[in-house]
Design a protein around this ligand. Structure first.
Ligand SMILES: *Cc1c(COP(=O)(O)O)cnc(C)c1O
Length: 223
């Protein structure tokens, strides 16, 4: 199936409240343009340099989401245009995003990445760490970021019960953090679900799914 037909097939089955981020990492601009011409306006990348290159080459009404692990020294390159940073997992990073947002006269929306997977390799903070950040005075001083929700990645496994439990944990984290109501937060987004598990994620309360290979086909990292 073409990118256009795969995109339409996924979108037409999505509940209204769920936003689709088309994950285009490693894919050429021509593939992204096919999705763009099919109506897609939100793209997710996991490397800052690659996202900046694509931003330069593509129409300016696209919303670019950074979904990968963020290196602090590269925040400045995406600060002028990024519309949502999914993978914020420490306060130092948040502080740097705030600094670069201020330099660009912007407020940058961010999601706190919560560790829900059992695998040790996955990034993210615990719910308690997230709570501590949201309740701290240092956080309240950050005027150029807005925490709009949480993001998580489930364990890569065929065990759907485990994946379901991890998604439910993220949904609970969202509900608990939402209650804290800090001024520079507006909780609305639960970013969870990828090609293999987004349907399950939606039944567990996802409001934003990040889908790559089911739209663009398998990725070849050696190309
Ligand atoms: C690559 C990636 C995705 C998309 O993965 P697919 O399985 O291709 O849909 C989603 N989220 C993150 C954080 C990713 O790095």
């Amino acid at each position: 199936m073409s990118i256009t037909s795969q995109l339409h097939a996924i979108k037409s089955a999505l509940p209204e409240q769920v936003t689709l981020v088309a994950v285009s990492k490693t894919k050429p601009v021509s593939d992204l343009m096919e999705a763009y011409n099919a109506g897609q306006r939100i793209f997710g990348e996991n490397k800052i340099q690659e996202m900046c290159d694509k931003y330069e080459q593509m129409p300016k009404d696209i919303q670019w989401h950074m979904i990968g692990h963020v290196q602090r020294n590269k925040v400045k390159y995406m600060a002028p245009f990024v519309s949502l940073i999914h993978g914020v997992d420490n306060f130092k990073l948040l502080k740097e995003i705030n600094k670069q947002a201020k330099a660009n006269n912007r407020t940058i929306p961010c999601l706190l990445q919560i560790k829900i997977a059992e695998e040790t390799s996955k990034f993210g903070m615990t719910i308690d760490e997230a709570k501590a950040i949201l309740q701290s005075e240092d956080f309240a001083a950050l005027q150029h970021i807005k925490i709009t929700g949480v993001m998580g990645m489930a364990t890569f496994t065929d065990n759907t019960t485990q994946v379901e439990n991890e998604f439910k944990t993220l949904k609970q984290a969202f509900s608990q953090l939402e209650l804290l109501q800090p001024e520079n937060a507006a909780f609305k987004t639960i970013s969870m679900g990828m090609s293999g598990d987004y349907k399950l994620a939606i039944t567990c309360g996802s409001t934003m799914i990040r889908v790559g290979s089911s739209i663009f086909g398998e990725r070849n990292y050696n190309a």
